[in-house]
Design a protein around this ligand. Structure first.
Ligand SMILES: Nc1nc2c(ncn2[C@@H]2O[C@H](COP(=O)(O)OP(=O)(O)OP(=O)(O)O)[C@@H](O)[C@H]2O)c(=O)[nH]1
Length: 429
């Protein structure tokens, strides 16, 4: 799994963004950018009264972006209204006042953005995207001081992260081992038992740098410590006391980087249309799986599935409907596959599977059920529901078979299935 997939299982998160501002041109520009680039619904208001009415009408607010000068409210009135309703709030203003900025940041306003700065619109879009994604990311805070831990945890929660806490290195390693959704660890150095540097080293044995970002934290004035953290596998270092803004920038930069690596990995290993693993990724994984299963004496089967008369679907319903059909088949394959099965789009309308630990009757049942799932699919299209069938060739691995043999025979049986009338599973011959 990479970072493109939801890190936390798909829960329905509130999506609506409130944009409270009296400049209509600015509201239009921000709302358009958020709706188009992030696909989040935006509701706009130009006065506190309008904002209150909107807040009463809906209960799925994720974030408020607000100016500070409204016809019926000013500065603290505006912020009090939004924070008072428990809304995550970003101030976007033309008013530069350092005292005010500091005061608002102390009050858990997420950020204070100057709207006249060049690039402020891009920054706002980045910020909203970051805050939206943070809600699907779990962060671990490791510190033996309960108050320091609570402080870091509450900062992370302000920025939307789900937070898990650990009071020492051993507890932190247990969390990392158990919880594969952790993507960020804030590790204090001075802890009894296991220091942060040692914890980082051990954590790295469990999770690589492109999986969990570790940020070392210390208040000690020791110039060697930063290097020791980094050499032990930390991605970054934060010296206490830090400002809230530095904290947010460092954490965000590290999480951005993890996501970038995740999306690059996705580009290399996933099929663009269906999101399934691609042929190359399948072959790499399968090359390892085949000998492993053979040595363990466990059954393994390879199968190639091809949608029947797919050209007719494209010709009759259009290429776009054909793409929908391929996505629908991919979704059925993913749902049908058990943990441990390997599924990929091989190209065109052809898919490939590697299925361990099933043989004979249960193996045939597995592929028959898959064939029926595709036969039963109704794919919505502008011209009605599109239906299709698929043919499947299956080959069970013998003691001396390599991957090439398995795939060649599965392919031959697929063509027997086509020649035999399509919409069938062939596992012999
Ligand atoms: N919509 C869409 N069509 C694709 C894609 N990749 C390949 N195709 C089409 O898939 C069709 C495959 O056709 P054929 O290989 O002739 O086979 P078929 O029509 O499925 O017939 P049988 O396999 O013999 O049942 C071609 O028309 C390709 O253009 C894709 O990503 N999207």
């Amino acid at each position: 799994m990479t970072l493109l997939e939801p890190i936390v299982p798909a829960t329905i998160l509130p999506q609506r963004v409130l944009l409270l501002e009296n400049s209509r041109a600015y509201v239009r520009a921000v709302a358009q950018a958020i709706e188009h680039k992030l696909e989040l619904p935006v509701a706009t208001a130009s006065s506190l009264a309008e904002a209150r009415a909107l807040l009463d009408r809906h209960d799925d607010w994720f974030l408020a972006l607000t100016g500070l000068v409204l016809a019926d409210g000013h500065r603290d009135d505006v912020v009090n209204c939004l924070l008072g309703r428990g809304l995550s709030t970003v101030v976007v203003t033309g008013v530069y006042d350092e005292g005010l900025r500091q005061r608002l940041l102390r009050r858990r306003v997420i950020d204070f953005v100057l709207k006249d700065n060049p690039g402020s619109l891009d920054y706002i879009v980045w910020l909203v995207k970051r805050l939206d994604r943070n809600r699907r990311i779990s962060a671990l805070v490791v510190d033996d001081s309960a108050s320091a831990r609570a402080h870091t945890a509450s900062l992370l929660q302000t920025y939307g992260y789900r937070v898990v806490q650990a009071g020492d290195g051993a507890a932190a390693l247990r969390v990392i081992e158990r919880d594969s959704t952790i993507r960020l660890a804030m590790v204090d150095d001075a802890m009894p038992g296991m220091h942060g540097v040692e914890l980082t080293r051990r954590l790295r044995a469990l999770r690589p740098r492109d999986r969990v970002a570790v940020i070392g934290v210390s208040g000690r004035d020791d110039s060697d410590l930063v290097a020791r953290f980094l050499k032990s596998g930390a991605n970054d270092f934060l010296r206490k006391p830090y400002s809230r803004e530095e904290f947010f920038c460092r954490v965000s930069q590290n999480v951005d980087q993890l996501e970038l690596i995740g999306s690059l990995q996705d580009l290399a290993t996933r099929d663009f249309l269906t999101g399934l693993p691609n042929r190359r990724h399948f072959l790499e994984q399968a090359e390892r799986m085949v000998p492993r299963m053979r040595e363990a004496g466990r059954p393994l089967a390879a199968a190639i599935l091809d949608v029947d008369h797919f050209k007719r679907i494209n010709d009759g319903w259009g290429h776009e409907a054909g793409d929908h059909a391929l996505r629908a088949v991919a979704a059925e394959l993913s749902t049908h596959a058990r943990p441990g099965d390997l599924v990929a789009r091989f190209g065109g309308e052809e898919f490939c599977l590697l299925v361990p630990d099933l043989a004979d009757g249960p193996l045939l049942d597995y592929f028959e059920a898959l064939r029926r799932r595709i036969e039963d699919l109704d794919v919505p299209s502008p011209n009605g529901f599109l239906r299709m069938t698929a043919s499947i060739g299956v080959r069970t691995a013998g003691a001396n078979d390599d991957l090439h043999r398995l795939l060649a025979d599965a392919d031959r049986r697929l063509y027997l299935a086509k020649a035999g009338g399509r919409n069938r599973v062939v596992a012999a011959g």
